[in-house]
Design a protein around this ligand. Sequence first.
Ligand code: FES
Length: 309
Amino acid sequence: MNEEKVTCTCGEEVPEEELFERLDVCLEEYRQKPGALIPVLQIAQGIFGYLPEHVLKYIALRLGKSYSEVAGVTGFYSFFSTNPRGKHLIRVCLGTACYVRGGKEVLDETKKLLQIDVGETTPDKMYSLEVARCFGACGLAPVMMIDADVHQRVKPARLADIIESYSKMEALTARPEVEEEAEQIRVPERLTSLQEFRVHARRIAEGNAQLGDTKRIEITMHLGSCGIASGARGVLLDMMKELQENSVNNVVLHRSGCRGLCSLEPMCTLIDEKGNEFCYGELDRRKVRRIIKEHVMQGRPVADCLVNT
Ligand code: FES
C-alpha cells in the first residue's frame, strides 16, 4: 500500500489509505461468502476506478486466493479494467448486428474524434474507449454506451454532437460558481449530468422564486433510457441554453422517467401558469427554440410540435 492520493470515481482526491479502508469493509462482509471474488472485484473497481496490480494482490491475500486466479478473473471479464479510465467510458458495440449495421464505422469515427485507440484514455482523462460484444439491444443497432446511457442507431455524423454534449456538461459543472452550488446538493452517485441538471434547474428555480407561484411554468424533461437514447440529454442542454440566452426566469425544470410514449422521444411536458398541460414530442434544437420563444415567452402553444397523449 502506498501513500499517494488517488482520484476517486466521484472526482475527489482521496488518500489511497482511505480507499483501502473502504475495501476492507467490503472484504470483511464478503470474505466468508462463497463466490465472493467477483462482487469484491466489482466493488474494488468502484472504489479505485480501476484494478491496479497492488489492489489485486491485496484482494488475493485477503480472500486466501492466488494472485493468478484473481488476475485471471479480472482479465476474463471485459467489465474489469486494470488501467485507469477516463471520467466517461465510451463502449461501442461490435456484436454481429451492430457490426453489420455500421458499428465499425461508429468505432472508427469515435477513434478519430477522440484521437485515441481502443483501450486508451484521452490525455485530459475525460474519455476512455472500449468495444463490447453485445448490449442485448440488437434491434437498435448500431449501439454505443456512454457510462450508463444507451445511444441507439448511432450515425457517425452524429457522434461529434453526442460526445460534445458530455463535454459541455463537464464544462458547465467546472465553472466555479456552479461547483459551489453543486457542493450544496451533492448526490452520492457519480452522475455528473444529473448533478449538472439539478444545478441548473435550481438556478432557474431560484430566479423564479421571486416571481411567485402564479407566474411559474413547469417543464418536465423525460429522461428515461428511451429518452436518453433518442438524444433527450442534448435537448435538455439546448433548453437550458435557450432559457439562459433569453433570460427566461419563470420556468422550473424537472426531470422524470419515461412517459410511456417511447416512439415519440425526446419528449417534455409543459404546464403553463394556469395549470394547462402540453406534451411536446420528437424534440430537437429547432423545436426547443420555438417552444421557448413562442409558448414560454409569448404564451402561444406550438401546435405542430404537440403530441396526442
Ligand atoms: S450486437 Fe450490438 S447490441 Fe447486440
